[in-house]
Design a protein around this ligand. Structure first.
Ligand SMILES: Nc1nc2c(ncn2[C@@H]2O[C@H](COP(=O)(O)OP(=O)(O)OP(=O)(O)O)[C@@H](O)[C@H]2O)c(=O)[nH]1
Length: 602
């Protein structure tokens, strides 16, 4: 049996960085330099982790690893690196991972400086009470300016950067200094070995061979193979089959004590049965009070997913059920739409999450899907005092029963070179934003805005990137629900309401939004043999209208009846086009209309 690990010989940390600033490269270097993975295995190792990432769609756990490091003081330390998802959609998961460690390396690209995502993540680390070691990466680049970036870190984050460590994760320069700093500058974990078991569920995933794998951080007590443990939120009891640490491959271990991080398997059927942030204790003589801060997964963005071909409905149902088994934060329920037939209303943590799931359905399950415009959850305060969640504008009840409506607001942080600032302010203003703060760090502006989430979920990020030629970075947190003057706008095509196109809008913007929608639809819907009115309405009141005039001739008319092959070709083409159309009453609406119509130009 191995010797018990002393708490003061453990350091737990995460790496905080903006995308592309070198988090993965640094993690690989730390692993390599401590011989955690033999040199010749390194390449294979990296490929493996990429496969996992690809399989899971998003970088989540590829770089969680236990490193053994012989420090200059002559003692060997266990360094546990926990990888955190970098994207805002997973803010809650990030906050839990941060609670599982005591410190962070803040990696900033020395040729770029602090970006919006750096900020959002570093604030999470500060909230979790971390000791933070700033690291300036990519100093091998000619454009690197470590002194300027140090100042930048101090100005923008308010963190002392005088001891920031200059490194190149690419060449390996400075990596030994990082390892030493982890030991000397980050605190050791605390915990009581004699106390009842208290461990936090940090993450879980499905492994093809092992089934559900649960990653934990032990706070107090000791967990051993064979133990019977209880998850305090779900109240389910499991027997520990396998206990291991990640190096990064799994290495079995007889026990995990306070301050340690590892994984277990316990014949858990679905990832859905595990909740990030849950407290794990022993079935008998367990702890009384769970760890604070648990939150059930809460989808915030909803959209409809419908098969293009109605015959694919069962296949879509199977695929969605399978994906949901491994993703507790993805919700779905069946939905029928007059325009789109049978499909599902699905809930996601955010836009990236939505895209990942939709891509997987299309790629892995080979489904052709119609995605309706994403919408947020509105809170309807009814006159009788009831508060209802509205997931789908089509379900909006009669207004006479509704007292007022609240919508989710976000606090957005945008960082941008100052030449684009004007465009950014205009974009935020157009989306009902309220400016909270504007500061400068060098020639980069940092703006904070209070914005309605509903105005951001659709194409805000695309617009932001396009008006700034990709130079802006953006991050947000949901702040609160707030009342506003919101109404449901319906779209009528040929006098019939098309559910999938209805949306919640601010009363003051309804006219302009309605006008833009009907104009866009007039372009998107092909002409028919008859005249088609396209209208936007609030309740019974029409606020905008366009008329699509009738088609004069049919497509084959210009073929003089003579050339049969040409005629057939045209008809075939028309038929193929039809597959991507939806029959609605007498009108056919092309699939792309459901998304394009909602895109707002400027
Ligand atoms: N020149 C130079 N390039 C580097 C250095 N460190 C990382 N890079 C490069 O920067 C790019 C991004 O590095 P990653 O390690 O993938 O960055 P990341 O922050 O993990 O990015 P995501 O995984 O996408 O969040 C890669 O092309 C790296 O090769 C460095 O020290 N010098």
């Amino acid at each position: 049996m191995r010797a018990m690990t002393q708490l003061d010989q453990i350091r737990n940390f995460s790496i905080v960085a903006h995308i592309d600033h070198g988090k993965s490269t640094l993690a690989d270097r730390l692993i390599q330099m401590t011989g955690t993975v033999a040199e010749r295995d390194m390449k294979a190792q990296l490929l493996d982790s990429m496969d996992i990432e690809r399989e899971r769609g998003i970088t989540i756990k590829a770089n969680t690893v236990r490193i053994e490091y012989p420090a200059k003081d002559g003692r060997t330390y266990i360094l546990n690196l926990i990888d955190t998802p970098g994207h805002v959609d997973f803010a809650y998961e990030v906050s839990r991972s941060m609670r599982a460690v005591e410190g962070s390396l803040l990696v900033v690209d020395a040729s770029q400086g602090v970006e919006a995502q750096t900020l959002a993540n570093v604030y999470q680390a500060i909230d979790a009470g971390h000791e933070i070691v700033p690291v300036l990466n990519k100093i091998d680049l000619p454009a690197a300016d470590p002194d300027r970036v140090k100042e930048n870190i101090e100005d923008v984050i308010g963190l002392d950067a005088s001891d920031a460590i200059p490194i190149s994760a690419k060449t390996g320069l400075g990596i030994p200094d990082v390892l030493e700093a982890i030991v000397t500058r980050l605190p050791a974990p605390k915990g009581d070995r004699e106390a009842p078991l208290k461990a936090m569920l940090v993450d879980s995933w499905y492994d093809a061979y092992l089934g559900v794998v649960v990653m934990i951080r032990v706070m107090d007590g000791v967990i051993r193979k064979g133990d019977r443990v209880r998850m305090m939120q779900t109240n389910a009891v499991y027997g520990i089959d396998k206990l291991a640490v990640l190096k990064p491959q799994m290495v079995d271990i007889p026990e995990l004590g306070p301050g340690e991080i590892g994984i277990f398997t316990a014949s858990i059927k679905q990832v859905r049965d595990t909740r990030v942030g849950d407290t794990i204790t022993h079935e008998r003589k367990g702890c009384e009070v769970p760890l604070p801060g648990f939150k059930p997964a809460q989808p915030v963005v909803f959209c409809g997913l419908f098969p293009v071909d109605a015959n694919d409905f069962e296949a879509l149902r199977d695929a969605i059920e399978k994906l949901a088994l491994n993703d507790a934060s993805f919700s779905y329920e069946m939905e029928t739409s007059a325009a789109l037939g049978f499909g599902f209303r699905c809930g996601f943590l955010g836009l990236l999450h939505l895209e990942v799931i939709r891509d997987r359905l299309e790629r892995e399950y080979d489904l052709d899907l119609i995605t309706t415009a994403p919408s947020v959850v509105f809170k309807l305060h009814m006159k009788d005092g009831e508060v209802r969640d509205l997931h789908n504008p089509a379900d909006m009840p009669d207004l006479t029963y509704v007292d007022h409506i609240e919508e989710p607001r976000i606090k957005a942080t945008i960082m941008v070179p100052d030449e684009y600032l004007g465009d950014i302010l205009k974009l935020c203003q157009d989306r009902r934003g309220i400016q909270l703060n504007l500061t400068y760090a060098g020639n980069r502006a940092m703006v904070e805005y209070d914005l309605p989430l509903a105005e951001v979920v659709f194409d805000f990020y695309d617009r932001l990137k396009s008006v700034t030629k990709g130079y802006a970075s953006f991050d947000y947190v949901i702040s609160e629900y707030r009342e506003d003057h919101l109404v449901k706008m319906s779209i009528l095509v040929n006098e019939e309401p098309v559910d999938a196109l209805s949306m919640m809008v601010h009363r003051d913007r309804a006219e302009s939004r309605g006008r833009a929608m009907v104009e866009k639809l007039k372009e998107l819907i092909p002409r028919h043999m008859f005249k088609i009115p396209i209208q936007a309405a609030i309740g019974a009141r029409v606020i905008a209208r366009e008329t699509l005039s009738a088609m004069r001739k049919d497509v084959t008319a210009k073929c003089y009846g003579g050339d049969a092959t040409r005629k057939r070709k045209l008809l075939d083409k028309q038929k193929a086009g039809k597959k991507r159309m939806r029959q609605f009453g007498k009108v056919e609406i092309p699939q792309e209309a459901f998304i394009s119509a909602l895109k707002m130009d400027g």
